[in-house]
Design a protein around this ligand. Structure first.
Ligand SMILES: O=C(O)CCC(=O)C(=O)O
Ligand SMILES: [Fe+2]
Length: 504
């Protein structure tokens, strides 16, 4: 699974380079072979023409007689060998040997990358034809997609039973194909997928039209002939060519997606109460360089600390984490087991303080920032989100029903979260709180802090949050999850008491 982290994708460029070299070598070997064959055939031609001038005289010459026989025995064998020798296999074998040392994406990666693209399409309301032009929100990032590229995206969506995106991409493939001089895909193939997905989406009439177009191209197409009869029957039966009203069950996601797009913000009355200040928490070491703190929300109290992770610390943490990256897991609600899920796509690794001074410094800083003990906190989790990488709305704390969560840690629930942003993100990738209508936009070196639990110990339902899909760029964050145990004297417990105030 390479698609889950952009950092991993960079390794694929080495693979591509090795591939280019292999193909280049194969082509030149093949060209050499052709050159040699051309020499042989020219020699044959020359002798043949000479002989044809006077056949009798030619064969009466013993040398010629010998050469003629030789040409048709030894020489021909050489030529035959040359023609039949499959240098291709050698190259593939050589490349296969190289392969073990190279990163190779799997079919699952291809599918993952395609799903990520369609997720971005939905969340950020990107139109298919701009995407195909390599444009994201008006910014041109990539080379244009060919009709075949669009076709492949459609095919991947089809494999996932996602007829909505199959239709979008097959339509785009068809549009692109009209403008292609060297056609990159067969129109009949596009039409076959397009017709079927259109049928699946409920528009039998259009599916029939598309199938008829396919039959104009290939009148003998077996499946198309079968489908045509079926569609005609369907239309006759229901007497309707109206598309069904498809419920995508997306109503519930609308506000989340709008938040991710930056279209929603908290009301002015809420925003007006938010402050920025310098904070030292009474810590003498912070008198000279206090924290720059900005309030993002009051209840629950969500704070943004600016410039709390230095560039060299970020570089160290990334370098330590990257070789250990694993696809991020989520806890199965029922069993408590850790497993991968489509709703959380990123790569992550855990770092201990003893591994590097920079890690220890950062953890100490979290203690200074929050006034909470790090004794019972989880290790620093480092996360990289790849193409379309995201984490759908969730709570960081374990709910009462989730009996198994954090049990093995034995340090109570996750009382608070500190989320460091270790990169800027070109587009997308905000941390959003759907119940609060706020979006935190990643800023390198900044950190967000909030309490997940009320002072009573109950989970604060308003802390539900998500990592929106990364639209362009790469997103690096790290979390410090702080636990309940040991905070008794740091955060006094009580019913619905507001979080301790910061000393300004
Ligand atoms: O990456 C983000 O913006 C949020 C990550 C998050 O919520 C988590 O890892 O629990
Ligand atoms: Fe979270």
């Amino acid at each position: 699974e390479l698609y889950t982290a952009l950092a991993e994708l960079e390794g694929l460029l080495h693979t591509e380079h090795a591939l280019i070299t292999t193909i280049e070598n194969y082509i030149s070997a093949q060209e050499q072979k052709m050159l040699l064959l051309r020499k042989y055939v020219e020699a044959y031609m020359e002798q043949y023409e000479k002989a044809s001038e006077d056949v009798q005289a030619y064969v009466e010459n013993p040398i010629n007689a010998y050469l003629l026989v030789k040409r048709l025995t030894t020489d021909w064998k050489l030529v035959q060998n040359l023609i039949t020798r499959n240098t291709g296999e050698e190259f593939i074998a050589d490349f296969d040997e190289l392969k073990s040392s190279l990163k190779f994406p799997s079919d699952e990666d291809l599918n993952g990358a395609a799903v990520a693209l369609t997720r971005l399409q939905d969340t950020y309301q990107l139109d298919t034809s701009s995407l195909a032009k390599g444009e994201i929100n008006g910014v041109k990032y990539a080379t244009e997609l060919t009709a075949a590229d669009c076709f492949e995206l459609g095919r991947q969506s089809y494999t996932n039973n996602d007829h909505y995106h199959t239709q979008l991409w097959m339509m785009e493939a068809d549009e692109r194909l009209k403008r292609e001089v060297n056609q990159s895909v067969e129109r009949s193939e596009i039409l076959e997928y397009l017709a079927f997905s259109t049928f699946k989406l409920g528009d039998v009439g259009l599916a029939l039209d598309l199938t008829n177009k396919l039959l104009e191209l290939i009148p003998t197409h077996e499946r198309a002939r079968g489908n045509k009869v079926y569609y005609e029957d369907e239309i006759a039966k229901t007497n309707s060519v109206q598309p069904k009203n498809i419920s995508w069950n997306r109503q519930a996601r609308m506000s989340y997606e709008a938040l991710c797009r930056g279209e929603i913000s908290p009301s002015d009355t809420i925003a007006a109460k938010l402050k920025c200040r310098y904070v030292n928490n009474g810590n003498p070491f912070l008198m000279i360089a206090p924290f720059k703190v900005e309030e993002a929300y009051l209840n629950p109290h969500i704070l943004i600390f600016h410039d709390v992770m230095a560039d060299d610390e970020i570089a160290t943490i990334k370098a330590l984490a990257q070789p250990r990256f694993q696809r991020a897991t989520v806890q199965n609600f029922m069993t408590g087991a850790l497993e991968t899920a489509q709703y959380r796509i990123s790569k992550s690794a855990w770092l201990k303080e003893i591994e590097h001074k920079h890690v220890a410094d950062v953890v100490q800083r979290v203690e200074d920032m929050t006034g909470l003990t790090m004794e019972t906190a989880e290790e620093l989790q480092v996360v990289n989100y790849g193409i379309g990488g995201h984490y759908e709305p969730h709570y960081d704390f374990a709910r009462k029903e989730e009996a198994n969560a954090f049990k093995s840690l034995g340090t109570g629930n996750r009382i608070a979260t500190v989320l460091f942003y270790m990169s800027d993100v070109a587009q997308g990738g905000a941390t959003v709180f759907p119940y609060l209508d706020i979006a935190l936009w990643p800023k390198k070196g900044a950190a967000a802090f909030w309490y997940n639990l009320h002072s009573s110990g109950d989970g604060d339902k308003h802390t539900r949050h998500a990592a929106c899909p990364v639209l362009a760029g790469s997103k690096w964050v790290s979390n410090k999850w702080i636990h309940e145990d040991g905070q008794q004297f740091r955060r006094p417990c009580g019913l619905e008491r507001p979080p301790p105030e910061y000393t300004a």
